[in-house]
Each structure stands twice: as C-alpha cells, then as structure tokens.
Design a protein around this ligand. Structure first.
Ligand code: PSV
Ligand code: MN
Length: 427
C-alpha cells in the first residue's frame, strides 16, 4: 500500500470523537423515521464504483492539456494511483481498463492489482483513434466503416479486449465508438447501422457465457452531424438485437442538457436492458466534470431509481458502476476520491427515501408531498455514515486531507518524469 496506515489511523484518531458524536446524533434523527443507522452503514460498506484507468492521468480539452506533476507513465503507475484511491476511500475496489492505452502482460497486471487489493471491472475497447502500426485507419469509422477490412480489424480488437479481460477476471466489455458523420449525406445512416450491428454480432459471438456486453450511447462527438449510437433508443435496439448478454450503459454526460436521465434509467431497467453507468457531471455537454459537482440532485434522482429497482429485484439487479471523468484543473486522485464519495453519498441518500410514503403520495396524486419526500432524503447529511463506513473498513475518515498529508503526489513525481508540452486530447 502506498499510504502509510499509521498516517490514516493517526488522522482518524484525531477525528474519532467528533465522528462518534455526529454519528449518534444522525442515528437518533433517523430513528425517528424508524431507520436503523447501522443497517444503512452496512449498506454503504457494500457499495463500490470502478475507477477508469484513464481518469488518473490529467485530461484536457481540444485546445490544450496541462499535465500535472507525477503523471502516471503507464498502466502500472495508474494502478498504483487507483490503489491509493481505494486505500483511502474503500469505495473503489475495481479498475476499468482501456485497451490499447493499458496494454500490458495480463498476468503482470493481475499480480500488480492483487498486491493493491484491486480487481478489474469492464474492459473498454478503443477504436476511436488509430493505434501504432495499425493497418487500416479509423478516420471514417471502425465497426461501421464502409471498408470490410477496417471493420474486421475493429472486431478483432474487441475480441482481443475480451481475451485480455478473461485473464484479469473481468466480466464485461464496454463498447463505445466514435463512428458517425460530420456532414449530411456523408453516410447512409441505415446501412451504417446495419454494418455496426453486423460487426457487434461477431463480437457478441466471442463473449463468454458469464460475460456481458455494454453498449454506450453518446449524443455527439467526435462525429458532430450524426453518431451511430447516438441515444438510448439506438443502444436499446442494439442490445435487443444482440441478445440477453447485451445491455445498455448510461454515461450521465452523454445527453442533451435537461434530458431526464433518471427516466431513461427506469425505462431501460423495465425491459431488463440497464447494464451499467459511467458517472460524471456536466454543465453543457459531455464535459466530464466530477460526479456530483454540478447537479448533485440529479445524481440522487438517478440513484433513487436504482435503489427502488434494487429493493424490488434484490441480487438480480446488479448494474456496473463506473466513474468516467476527466480532470483538467485538479489532482486526478483527489477528484476521483471525491467523486467516488459523492456517488456513494447519492446511493445512501436514496436509501433513506420513505418508499411507502412516496408510493401513497403518488397514488393520491399529492405532487407536493411526493417531491418533499425525495427532498427530505436528499437533504439528509449522511457524512457520518460514509465516514464511519470508511473508518470501519480501514480507510480514512477524511481521504483528501490524509492524501495531502501523505505527500504521495510529491513522492511519485520524483520517480515519474515531468511531462513536457501541452498536447491537446480530451482524455
Ligand atoms: C466517450 O466520451 C467515453 O465516455 C467512453 O466511455 C470512453 O471509453 C471514455 O469516454 C474515454 O474516452
Ligand atoms: Mn463513458
């Protein structure tokens, strides 16, 4: 472990009395609504969200990227950073890899992850850029390209991601493609979709029985006129065409502003096609801002649907939870810790909703009290629950302050050379 456990314990000790008092006060408050705080803390302990390997590097925009100190040089450095996030928050037990960015010997990856008490979540295939020594260009698309050899290359890449993932213990492949068009008339939208489906069917055939395939929709970018998998409708059609192992992944940033994402969640789940999430936040488009930083209420409303589904379906309902965000002005480790805690917070707040009361208000068309019921749960400060849960699991009551005290970033910057220049690049 990269952070000395004594530092964590020392910091926890200095806050233990205050936490005890806050936890007891919240316990009494919840008891008045017949909620057992210990049961909620237990629930919080079981919550986990995967870290995207690409998130621990500094992101950028189309205009510039300003690399930070101690940038990870390769996937093993990335895993070290992910290990720190999990060590302090105890809420991020898995890492989601992107191939080829994270290409390495799978056995070495597994060994490294084991040493950090990390596992692997969904594999992500990247066919939105050309790779070194690649024969056919993805400039005009990958799995939906007009050229059969290019499509075959993209299909093979996806199958390779599954092969790597098998060694790592991953159980899912997430496919997001940038295929589309920039000009009206540039592509035949129907035929392009047919080609996409044909390719994905080949990938699906290579999927082990205990794996899932997530199709991720996104409204625009890099294709700005049309995008092959532009909305949840297209994603649902794909998942239905492919079969029972395919379902849809909802990235919160991939919708037009004001779209009711929680309703999309409800619809997909209703028809058994809600596979997973990429959590982040946004103001205008796919801004990839930190989860819960702009509209925490929306994050709560998404979890309100998820908790409702979990209560109805029990263990059968297990969507994959991942973060997917880009850090341009913050230390990525700090942003990812704070986002994981925000997602966990939304989950716990949503667990506090009085569902019986809500259902009665809905049946009686009492709009005001129904809305108040949600607000009451959202307004509850569940910090003491999250803090107690981290402390019980060996993490830090206050991960960001321990991280800063540990000087981790300064230490790794001595072994990781400064990245010069200011190349552009969204991730
Ligand atoms: C695309 O914008 C996306 O959301 C996909 O999930 C990619 O895998 C990820 O971002 C990184 O580019
Ligand atoms: Mn995403």
């Amino acid at each position: 472990m990269r952070i000395q456990s004594e530092l964590i314990h020392e910091n926890n000790r200095s806050q233990a009395d205050a936490l005890e008092a806050d936890y007891n006060a919240l316990g009494e408050h919840l008891q008045r609504s017949s909620i057992d705080i210990e049961a909620v803390t237990q629930r919080a302990s079981q919550f986990g969200v995967a870290i995207p390997s690409w998130g621990v590097g500094t992101g950028g925009t189309r205009f510039a990227r300003f690399p930070g100190l101690g940038e990870p040089r390769h996937v093993f450095d990335k895993l070290d950073d992910c290990g720190v996030i999990h060590q302090l928050t105890r809420a991020t037990p898995t890492v989601s890899l992107h191939i080829p960015w994270d290409d390495a010997n799978p056995n070495e990856l597994l060994e490294k992850a084991n040493s950090l008490e990390l596992g692997f979540d969904a594999m992500n295939s990247n066919t939105f850029q050309n790779q070194e020594n690649q024969q056919h260009s993805y400039k005009f698309g990958s799995v939906s390209h007009t050229d059969v050899a290019t499509r075959e290359q993209a299909v093979e890449h996806n199958i390779r991601c599954i092969e790597i993932g098998k060694t790592l213990g991953s159980k899912a492949l997430t496919v997001w493609v940038g295929d589309g068009s920039n000009f009206p008339g540039q592509t035949h939208m129907g035929r392009q979709f047919d080609r996409y489906l044909d390719s994905l069917k080949q990938v699906y055939t290579a999927l082990p029985d205990d794996w899932q395939l997530f199709t991720e929709h996104k409204m625009y970018e890099p294709a700005f006129y049309s995008t092959v998998v532009q909305d949840w409708g297209s994603s649902y059609l794909i998942a239905s065409e492919l079969g029972p192992k395919a379902s849809c992944l909802v990235d919160l940033g991939h919708h037009a502003p004001n779209v009711n994402i929680e309703m999309i969640v409800s619809r997909l789940a209703r028809f058994g096609k809600l596979g997973g999430f990429h959590f982040n936040d946004s103001k205008y488009g796919d801004d990839d801002l930190d989860a819960g930083s702009i509209d925490p209420y929306r994050l709560f409303l998404v979890f309100n649907e998820l908790v409702d589904l979990e209560l109805q379906q029990g263990d059968n309902f297990r969507p994959a939870y991942m973060l997917d965000q880009s850090h341009n002005v913050t230390d990525p480790i700090e942003s990812l810790m704070s986002s994981a805690m925000e997602v966990q917070r939304a989950y716990i707040q949503a667990s506090l909703v009085d569902r019986e009361a809500l259902s009665n208000y809905q049946l009686n068309n009492d709009a005001l009290m129904a809305a108040q019921t949600l607000k009451q749960a959202f307004r509850t400060n569940v910090d003491p629950i999250l803090q107690r849960c981290r402390m019980n699991n060996g993490g830090a009551i206050d991960p960001i302050s321990v991280y800063r005290e540990s000087q981790y970033r300064q230490t790794v910057s001595e072994e990781r050379p400064v990245v010069l220049g200011s190349s552009s690049g969204i991730v």
